[in-house]
Design a protein around this ligand. Structure first.
Ligand code: A2P
Length: 434
């Protein structure tokens, strides 16, 4: 009668603010809306999170994968977490509580193991899922895969962090859209000198803009996809490139000054930049011979497509290349980044489809319209297990692209929902939208 009440213990899910690059992937992924953010941090609501792990594989930095055993009534609130600059140290639980915690913690650990196993199975097995792994696969909450293609090279992540960034030198910065157009998009080349910065096509880096925000805190890092392949913007050099659009208005069209994009677009040769990363372990290209790529992008979403295309171009004589099919959306030819170099690529090397939405005298077209127009070729590639699909650019195109892929698949009597699941499970369909 006088025995102490059982103390409830929670395995609290936390996000490391020092590593998080505020890319919003976790908030988008969370099936129960437990993740939210303010201008400082992304945080997890302990009253909502059920430890399902859906947000863990898509996180490009691993900052999402932090857990603390806490007495439930002492759990860190959302407000506590908003104020953090770093994760609090782990606290020892009272002994009685630690015993009571066994069941909860073990269950959460088991969930973690299951998720890891699914990722490993999909990544290791060349196109074949074992029955066990299929059974354990989570219900998909993302349109794309959370595992890389089975043959992708191993990516390095988080080699340089907010606390220990890398200094890179600007060796090139020039505009890649028509000078008279609204879209001011720059190709920026950063050199790392003697220090290692290993990257793969599809990965991104973080740039730390100088100065402080309205609250007097240093600006958070901004994430940019690489536009150059693994062996450098210039083959054999320790450098990489980015495609950066100068932000002058917000999504609603109101005037807004993009802190990092304006900083980057205004950099001069020999200026130095603080860089963190690399990030990303899923939006990676296949490494096996004769793999085909369908690349679908708008605007600066062309960066990873340029990186992958250039990787293929550099090995054009090896006979290892599969087919490349590109769908690229922009307002006009003059606002399409890299239009000139793209048009110089041989037609038998890459199948280029430009969707222009505001070209005078031409009907408005989006990438999804062209996918439908090229249904035969798209379907042939989609049904080939050596094909990976990459979508990067405006968030708004996600639905349109998925609808077009569904239609194209169904025209031949195939079931899109089955193919969609296979593409995700095998790491063959990837989205990076913003
Ligand atoms: P639009 O002319 O209708 O804005 P941006 O230049 O703003 O980065 O956009 C790149 C291209 O993506 C533009 O051609 C733009 O067309 C197009 N676009 C806008 N919304 C969508 C969407 N929902 N699906 C596909 N493309 C889109």
């Amino acid at each position: 009668m006088n025995a102490p009440l059982p103390v409830e213990v929670l395995k609290q899910h936390l996000i490391d603010p020092e590593i998080c690059i505020r890319c919003n992937t976790c908030e988008e992924t969370c099936p129960v809306d437990a993740i939210t953010h303010d201008s400082n941090n992304y945080v997890v609501d302990p009253d909502i999170c059920n430890g399902c792990m859906a947000c863990v594989p898509p996180c490009p930095t691993g900052s999402i994968d932090n857990w603390r055993l806490m007495l439930r009534n002492e759990a860190y609130s959302v407000q506590d977490q908003f104020g953090w600059e770093e994760l609090p140290k782990e606290k020892a639980l009272p002994e009685t509580a630690a015993v009571d915690a066994g069941g909860d913690a073990a269950a959460a650990d088991a969930a973690a193991v299951d998720t890891a196993a699914v990722g490993t199975a999909a990544a290791d097995a060349p196109g074949v899922m074992t029955g066990a792994a299929s059974a354990a696969a989570p219900a998909f909450s993302l349109p794309g895969a959370s595992v890389p293609p089975w043959s992708a090279a191993h990516p390095y992540v988080n080699l340089y962090t907010h606390k220990a960034p890398m200094t890179a030198t600007v060796v090139g910065n020039y505009r890649v859209t028509g000078a008279d157009t609204e879209s001011d998009i720059h190709h920026i080349v950063l050199d790392f000198g003697e220090l290692p910065f290993p990257v793969l096509e599809g990965q991104s880096i973080g740039i730390l803009p100088p100065g402080v925000d309205a609250q007097g805190r240093p600006h958070h890092a901004r994430q940019y996809s690489l536009a150059s392949p693994r062996d450098g913007e210039r083959a054999g050099y320790n450098n990489l490139s980015l495609t950066v659009k100068r932000v002058t208005e917000d999504h609603g069209g109101a005037a807004a000054h993009g802190v990092c994009s304006n900083y980057l677009c205004d950099l001069a040769k020999n200026d130095t930049v603080q860089v963190i990363g690399p990030f990303g372990h899923t939006f990676l290209m296949p490494n096996h011979p004769r793999a085909n790529l369908i690349m679908i992008c708008t605007g600066t979403g062309s960066a990873p497509m340029r990186a992958m295309t250039e990787r293929y171009r550099r090995r054009i004589d090896t006979g290892d290349n599969g087919r490349l099919m590109l769908f690229f959306g922009a307002r006009t030819e003059r606002e399409l980044p890299y239009f000139g170099p793209l048009m110089k690529l041989p037609r038998d090397f890459i199948d280029i489809n430009l969707a222009l939405s505001r070209e005078p005298g031409q009907p408005k077209r989006y990438v999804q319209d062209l996918i439908r127009e090229r249904a035969g070729q798209v379907r042939e590639l989609l049904l080939d297990r050596n094909t990976c699909i990459y979508v990067c650019g405006l968030k708004g195109m996600e639905v349109g692209v998925l609808d077009a892929l569904r239609e194209v698949t169904m025209q031949s009597g195939q079931d899109w929902s089955i193919l969609h699941d296979v593409l995700r499970r095998e790491g063959r369909l990837h989205f990076e939208t913003y």
